[in-house]
Design a protein. Sequence first.
Length: 178
Amino acid sequence: MRKLQYLAIASIASVFTFTSCSSDDSTDTEKPVVDLVAPAEGAKLEVGKDIHFDMVVSDNDGLASYNVDIHNNFDGHNHSGGDNHTHALAVKEVAADGKPFAFNKTWDLGGVKNDKIHHHEIIIDANAKPGNYHFVVKVLDKSGNQTMEFRNIQIVAAGEGDGGHDHDHDHDDHDHAH
């Protein structure tokens, strides 16, 4: 009789053990969706001016952060892999003076599922070396999934830029908080 009770208890315990150890099908593997509106591909951005940054992001589970990395492409390197395309451009001669511009900053998104981000916080140094640059945006969701968007941009001398976007400069209807 004791043996029968022991087997019954062991059977019930094993059912709970195997049930609790089953694989978790709720793991989020969906990457964030990113629509990088500005700067546009091939934008000509002026030294000493701000960059018009505009994007719409969303995620099924929640957004953690986004990062903007701007670095020179004087060597013609590219960012390949995944569903991203090659960003190599012909390297043009650059002025002997000036320092290559570099920027890298991460902003918190606090777990929201959707956000429209618009700001002019990134200022190109007045002494930045003109030439080809990469503008890289990385968006991370709460589960660690990441989406990257790349733009080839040019930093140009004062008066030679196009602002990086194609619309008027009436930004009163945008949220500048991000």
